[in-house]
Design a protein around this ligand. Structure first.
Ligand code: HEC
Ligand code: HEC
Length: 290
């Protein structure tokens, strides 16, 4: 605030207080006398308007409030650029309270540092904190309820690309994962045959003649997906027999995967989150998938 405005506010505020005091004391004792007076107004023959001094308790209330106003203005910032004797600011109070809250939170979470995953799952505060961390860091890709979307795995089901043991989940979170389904440059025909075979593994109705041809070609795939198509968690190669599809449950979407390959990427969060947060999330993901 410029000096001019500052002085303007100071003079207006102090001037108003002085004017109020003057008004109060001049009206408290009309004509400087203590005895009852009338204003001279009379209605209905005998209804007289008196001009009594203000009752003492009423006057005291006024004086107290003015005193409080003056005390407030000397302690807190209110008079222009004057900072007040307490040196209080909104920002400082916010920062103090925020630091206090963080400290309290840290203390509350401290006991979770050495807890194992099954115990963490049973701690409501741990799970509540983890849910917040999940909303802020994971929900963009895996959805607010963890149910995922096309290309982003559902974390609440029984199907796992990389496994659901605590150490596997923790690895996925802290070090990230890179799915590598190569583009195998398959011919249009081979793509159709393989897609029919693969979709049929989940019990879907498919063209059996095409599927039989696809079965013969599946040797190219079994190195990663296993001879039975049940997948390989070390590579993140999905189980192709459980009718849970990362990239869509239709012949078309499977054909699309085979034509183009897919490289799903789970970003590493180890350097973005604290160690405790990673462990809380590990417990949280275990919990929502149970
Ligand atoms: C940028 C998007 C993105 C974000 C953010 C993200 N993920 Fe992922 N996550 C993925 C993708 C994509 C995969 C699958 C990787 C693949 O296809 O190989 C994945 C895989 C996973 C897996 C392995 C799933 C399985 O089936 O084995 C876990 C567990 C996981 N994420 C948890 C999390 C958690 C917890 C967070 C928050 C800290 C998070 N993710 C944040 C995209 C993301
Ligand atoms: C080098 C290992 C590798 C080979 C070879 C491979 N895949 Fe994959 N496949 C993967 C991985 C890893 C994924 C998951 C990709 C991701 O997470 O983004 C995948 C994904 C898929 C998907 C999508 C599954 C879903 O849930 O949507 C299909 C279908 C598939 N592969 C079929 C095949 C077929 C058929 C072959 C043989 C022609 C094949 N794959 C060969 C590793 C492989």
């Amino acid at each position: 605030m410029s000096n001019g405005w500052s002085w303007f506010i100071i003079i207006m505020t102090i001037g108003t207080i002085i004017a109020l005091c003057w008004l109060l004391f001049t009206t408290a004792r009309p004509n400087g006398k203590d005895e009852t007076e009338t204003t001279g107004h009379v209605w209905d023959d005998d209804l007289t308007e008196l001009n009594n001094p203000l009752p003492v308790w009423w006057l005291m209330l006024f004086i107290i409030t003015i005193g409080m106003g003056i005390a407030y203005l000397s302690w807190y910032p209110g008079l222009g650029n004057y900072k007040g004797m307490l040196d209080w600011t909104q920002v400082k109070q916010f920062e103090e309270e925020y630091a206090e809250m963080e400290e309290r939170q840290k203390l509350a979470l401290e006991k979770f540092v050495d807890m194992d995953i099954p115990s963490l799952i049973k701690e409501p505060l741990a799970m509540k904190t983890a849910a917040n961390v999940f909303s802020n860091n994971c929900a963009v890709c895996h959805g607010s309820t963890g149910k995922g979307a096309n290309g982003f795995p559902n974390l609440t089901d029984k199907d796992w690309l990389y496994g659901n043991k605590p150490e596997q989940i923790q690895h996925s979170i802290s070090q990230g994962r890179n799915g590598m389904m190569p583009n195998l440059n398959l011919s249009e025909d081979n793509v159709k045959q393989l897609a029919n075979y693969v979709f049929g593994l989940s019990g879907e109705k498919v063209d059996q003649a095409l599927a039989q041809k696809g079965k013969a070609l599946f040797a190219t795939c079994s190195g990663c997906h296993g001879a039975d198509g049940k997948g390989n968690q070390i590579l993140g190669a999905p189980n192709l027999t459980d009718n849970i599809w990362l990239y869509g449950a239709s012949l078309e979407s499977i054909e699309n995967v085979l034509h183009n390959g897919k490289q799903g990427k789970m970003p590493a969060h180890g350097s973005l989150l604290t160690e405790l947060e990673v462990r809380l999330l590990t417990a949280y993901v275990s919990k929502i998938s149970q």
